[in-house]
Design a protein around this ligand. Structure first.
Ligand code: DGY
Length: 440
């Protein structure tokens, strides 16, 4: 056991080194050869366990791509020479918005706002580092500006629950929860610009989203571009407009972290208490769904809750939103998953006909999501479940390597010699380091 932990830690650090690019980390070369927003938040947390300077540089680099309106883009194209990724910087055309930086060029959408809790995690590792405290004081107002952007541009009903208009923003690109909303998009023949996917020549096409889904992803990029990637036009026109329960849980968790940091470091908390109070109340009232016994995502265009059990609905535990009864329901759901032979939470409901154990977010196991859930379980006193989840993940990574995601059916795992998607994957390494080296 001890030697497995040592081995995994060494391997994880080697992957972090391999993916480091002079100031930031790529998720993996070729498939994702730039800096990704939430991947970087996880990288910063992991670096804080053994190389704080790199963790600080990672976030400094990420926030160098922040727009003047506060938006923190989902990709920073630090190099304009990489050609293995679509849509590249030239396809996004972010110059349509005068507040977008020219260097680095960026995408025009965002991703889960993990940075508030990322810096709290870093501070927990180094409570006495003056350098880190100084850095946090500089970054704090930038994170507040980012959250303010979400509430200003993406919250038309002033509920302190923001919307996304692209599945890539949610991080859970092709989850079945988006299917029905995406079907609303009608693509007239010849209306999309010509484009060539790169992902399917690097990763197995069966592990990636379908062509029909990609056409819709491109349609939504074009829609964003048309509205200069700004809120009101998008809110008025986008057929895909959702208040994602995972994104909003992550925002609330980050706000809570920021408030604790403000208290610790004597920083003015500004609007944080109000954001937290309203956000938590509306989250619970709007997203809890008795018939699935979980939180769910709200389709703002169709005005209904999307009633599927999926991994995003469990992240509320991490933000400490559920009351005792609701948290117990979520824990029972997780306990029942262990009947499959291991506890790890798949990205989608194994009992649904839409479940696909291999295809990206339609079923596979994602390490960073399981870490968020394990942390959430501990907050509610389910330590044993959290430990089981951690141990199952360590075994899986030890057996199959550091991949982007993994087969969700235990019975199929023994026949495999690798995980799915990208290899040498940063966030899998970060989660191993967080589990094995963490202070909190
Ligand atoms: C991709 O390209 O698959 C990413 O998830 C988009 O950020």
């Amino acid at each position: 056991m001890y030697s497995r932990m040592m081995r995994l830690t060494e391997q994880a650090k080697a992957i972090m080194a391999r993916n480091w690019r002079d100031g930031f980390t790529v998720p993996t070369d070729k498939l994702y050869p730039f800096q990704w927003n939430w991947d970087s938040g996880f990288a910063a947390m992991a670096f804080s366990h053994y190389d704080l300077d790199k963790g600080i540089q990672e976030l400094q680099s990420l926030f160098s791509g922040q727009w003047q309106n506060g938006m923190l883009p989902h990709i920073l194209f630090h190099s304009e020479k990489e050609t293995t990724y679509f849509p590249n910087f030239d396809f996004w055309e972010c110059w349509v918005n005068p507040g977008a930086p020219n260097k680095p060029k960026t995408s025009g959408i965002t991703q889960p706002p993990v940075h508030g809790f990322a810096i709290e995690h870093m501070l927990d590792q180094h409570p006495d580092s003056e350098k880190l405290k100084g850095f946090i004081k500089e970054l704090f107002p930038k994170i507040i500006a980012y959250h303010q952007f979400l509430y200003t541009h993406r919250d038309p009903n002033q509920e302190k629950l923001f919307f996304i208009y692209h599945p890539w923003e949610s991080g859970r690109d092709n989850s079945p929860i988006w299917d029905e909303s995406l079907e609303r998009i009608v693509i007239e023949p010849g209306s999309l610009p010509d484009y060539k996917r790169r992902d399917t020549s690097i990763a197995d096409a069966e592990e990636r989203p379908t062509q029909q889904q990609y056409d819709r992803y491109v349609y939504l990029v074009e829609l964003g571009k048309k509205h200069r990637y700004e809120g009101p036009g998008i809110a008025a026109e986008s057929p895909f407009l959702l208040q994602d329960c995972m994104m909003n849980a992550i925002l609330i968790a980050s706000n809570q972290s920021l408030l604790r940091i403000a208290n610790r470091l004597g920083i003015d908390p500004g609007p944080l208490p109000e954001w937290i109070q309203e956000g938590r109340k509306n989250f619970h009232d709007k997203f809890w769904n008795n018939s699935i016994g979980q939180y769910a995502t709200y389709d703002l265009r169709g005005e209904y809750l999307i009633q599927h059990r999926e991994i995003g609905g469990l992240v509320a535990l991490f933000a400490e939103i559920p009351d005792e009864r609701n948290s117990a329901q979520l824990a029972v759901y997780l306990q029942q998953l262990s009947n499959r032979g291991y506890l790890l939470c798949p990205s989608f409901d194994v009992e649904s006909p839409l479940f696909d154990s291999k295809r990206y977010w339609r079923g596979p196991v994602w390490p960073h999501m399981n870490w968020l859930i394990a942390k959430g379980l501990v907050k509610y006193g389910y330590d044993q479940l959290a430990d089981q989840l951690k141990n199952d993940l360590l075994l899986l990574v030890d057996q199959l390597g550091f991949y982007e995601y993994y087969e969700a059916e235990k019975s199929k795992i023994s026949q495999l010699d690798r995980g799915y998607g990208g290899a040498h994957f940063t966030w899998t390494a970060t989660i191993i380091l967080n589990f094995l080296e963490g202070n909190s």
